[in-house]
Structures are given as C-alpha cells and as structure tokens.
Design a protein. Sequence first.
Length: 94
Amino acid sequence: MRTALAAVSLMAIAGVAIAAPPLSTATTTIGEILDTPAAKAVVDRHLPSVFANPQIRMARPLTLKGLQRFAKDTVSDGALAAIDKDFAALPAKK
C-alpha cells in the first residue's frame, strides 16, 4: 500500500498526468455525469427524459445502471449499451 501511494505521489510531483477512469453507465455516478457537459449530452441524446426530471438531483449518488432498477421502462439495456459506446468515444479526462 505504501509503495502504491509513494508511486502516485512521485508521479504527481513529476507532473505525470493520471487519467481519470473511463466513463461507464455501471461505475460513473449520475452526479459525475451531470457535472461533465460532454457526458450529460450523451445521456440527454439517448435518454432525454431522465435528466429532464426535477428529481434527478436525488439520484446523484447512483449510476445509470443503478437507476435502471427504478426506471426499467425508461432505462433499457440497449440505451445503456449505446451510452457506454458513446462514452468510450469521448476524450479521456485528466
């Protein structure tokens, strides 16, 4: 554990950019998506009604996959797959 922390610290000191993990409907929270304009645009394109709902702020800690449990009629597996494909095409965040 100390070795990993030391390595990350050295990379930060040396100015090595550490890329953020890729966006994913399974791991990226709705809050992170809402705070990332390009990611929000992707979701708006595939699921326009999701972020139009004023209650979406309460779902910020959830992922889209997690939200699917509560909105099965809106958040389909096909929509999530299409969103993941578009997320993969976005430039990596630093």
